[in-house]
Design a protein around this ligand. Structure first.
Ligand code: CO
Ligand code: CO
Length: 327
């Protein structure tokens, strides 16, 4: 692999986006994300795909500036008007974010997919990564979990309209305001130590990456983890996305649970509670690692800005390093 000192975030400590320094005070953040529809309405899907794709840039403290559409479209099976609606939804969301669409690429494919390759800018000294969480930090999550499970229920036709509305509201919400608040430096809030956004690997997967890259341990307060109220019911009824099992298989060895919470006869926490932590999220919230003395202020500001689901869900510990302990 070619080494380059201007590569500030690359594959050595993997994140979902890369950062390359151009000048003393300018670096670019590049990211790409696209996926198959998770809601029926094409316009809404376009909005979600864009909010999701820009999320990595916000998580890293950057400002998205340009984007290119990535489209896979089965043109024989679907009407072109569907694609137009998806793009319109995407464009509206880009407009809201102040992002310019500068190009794109469409291929004929069996399965519809949409997303962006997006570029953002950041001052090299103001980058927030997932590699600097410090023991003693508190962890704040800004959106509820459960979009993967609920999307599975939507596909099966069993989710109520209000439920769909709730997750759509959450998934179309840009992480821009949460990121802006996290970056504020005045008012005694002088920065956060680390951040990541929660997407396909679920809360546990992205938290684990934060623990590994920062060489710390993480305690999660299960009771405090925000989730959509319908999620537990859907889980019990078996609406489990395939990605949840994959995440669970992969990350379970890195988790310790508090035996005091174990179910009688079992070895771990009630399964449905743990499973939610593995649910792959689309356009999930930011997970922010902030010094304890600033965590209350950060939470208060998030509430004031309408990010009502924000919750203090855990803390960073020195040991056991690279482990997640659920209490
Ligand atoms: Co990305
Ligand atoms: Co990400």
């Amino acid at each position: 692999m070619i080494k380059d000192s201007k590569l500030l975030v690359g594959l050595e400590k993997p994140a979902d986006a890369g950062i390359y320094q151009l000048t003393k005070d300018l670096a670019i953040i590049q990211t790409v994300d696209y996926f198959t529809p998770i809601v029926d309405d094409p316009y809404t899907f376009g909005q979600i795909a864009v909010a999701n794709a820009l999320s990595d840039i916000y998580a890293m403290g950057g400002k998205p500036i340009t984007a290119m559409n990535i489209v896979c479209f089965p043109k024989k099976e679907l009407k072109i008007s569907i694609l137009k609606e998806i793009i319109r939804g995407g464009m509206d969301k880009m407009h809201e974010a102040g992002v310019l669409l500068i190009g794109g690429h469409t291929v004929d494919d069996l399965e519809l997919k949409y997303g962006l390759a997006a570029t953002g800018i950041v001052h090299p000294k103001k980058i927030v990564t997932n590699a600097n969480a410090q023991p003693g930090d508190k962890l704040i999550l800004t959106k509820p979990l459960g979009t993967g499970i609920i999307a599975t229920a939507i596909k099966a036709g069993v989710a109520k309209k209000e439920t769909v509305k709730k997750i759509v509201h959450s998934m179309t919400m840009l992480n821009e305001s949460a990121a802006r608040i996290m970056l504020e430096r005045g008012n005694h809030l002088i920065g956060v130590n680390a951040c990541t956004d929660i997407t396909g690997f679920g809360l546990i997967g992205h938290t684990y990456q934060l623990a590994v890259n920062s060489n710390v341990g993480i305690k999660i307060y299960l009771e405090n983890v925000p989730m959509f109220p319908e999620v537990k019911k859907f889980l019990k009824e078996g609406f489990v996305p395939g990605g949840l099992y994959a995440n669970r298989d992969f990350y379970l060895p890195h988790i310790e649970t508090n035996p005091a919470l174990a179910r009688k006869g079992g070895t771990s926490l009630p399964r449905e509670n743990l499973d939610i932590l593995f649910d792959p999220q689309t356009s999930g919230g930011l997970l922010i690692s902030v010094p304890e003395n600033k965590s209350g202020k950060l939470l208060k500001k998030l509430f004031e800005q309408g990010i009502k689901s924000a919750s203090l869900i855990g803390e960073v510990v020195a040991k056991p390093a690279r482990k997640i302990v659920i209490i």
